[in-house]
Ligand binder design. Structure first.
Ligand code: TMP
Length: 204
């Protein structure tokens, strides 16, 4: 029987430098012979990527946004994440349900209990074993985003939105210290990468 793969998620506010660091982790693991699947939310399936386009660019109510996040996640969990884990692959997920708690509950004001109910319905028993939270001051993240070309509905949000999202992420990390590792991405890249190697290396 194949051993079940490992499920690792990566989180952080927009502009935290998540993508660069995830690519580093992916390459580092591949270099060690690990069978890695890198995927993202919202997205990760053809339906999920279509939903992503809508979610990021069409105006909608916070409840609709929350439901679409979970619709995309449902398809992703059933057709991509669970089969990959069952086949023994490592799944590196660029955002998962912690993002809904941080953005839709923290940022938009959807009750946490509602997010928790949807999470239990869509992925009962599935939880990343490690969640890397890339943390940064919203002011630094905003300066990085201002240099980016195009902005979506989330990136266009005000500073206080990202302050709330960040606070919710940090509160979740404090509540589950055994699952979360908080990495300060305002540090120099070599320091961030050394921390990632140390953290991910423990799962090998
Ligand atoms: P990304 O730019 O990191 O791929 O994420 C897309 C945006 O979607 C980002 O601004 C965060 C947002 N998001 C939520 O608001 N809730 C969620 O559950 C997820 C997965 C992403």
């Amino acid at each position: 029987m194949t051993a079940r793969g490992r499920f690792v998620s990566f989180e952080g506010i927009d502009g935290a430098g998540k993508s660069t660091q995830i690519a580093f982790v992916e390459n580092w693991l591949r270099g060690r012979g690990v069978d890695v699947l890198l995927t993202r939310e919202p997205g990760g399936t053809p339906l999920g990527e279509s939903l992503r386009e809508m979610i990021l660019h069409q105006p909608m109510q916070p409840r609709t946004e929350t439901l679409l996040m979970f619709a995309a996640r449902c398809e992703h969990v059933l057709t991509v994440i669970e089969p990959a884990l069952a086949a023994g692959r490592w799944v590196l997920c660029d955002r998962f349900t912690d993002a809904t708690f941080a953005y839709q509950a923290g940022g938009r004001g959807i009750p946490e209990a509602d997010v928790a109910t949807l999470a239990r319905w869509v992925h009962p028993g599935l939880q990343p074993e490690l969640t890397v939270l890339f943390d940064i001051e919203p002011a630094i993240a905003a300066a990085r985003l201002a240099r980016a070309q195009r902005s979506d509905r989330f990136e266009a949000e005000q500073r206080d939105f990202f302050t709330r999202v960040r606070e919710h992420y940090l509160a979740r990390a404090r509540a589950e210290p055994q699952r979360f590792v908080v990495v300060d991405t305002s540090q120099d890249k070599p320091l961030v990468q050394a921390r990632l190697v140390d953290t991910i290396g423990r799962l090998l």
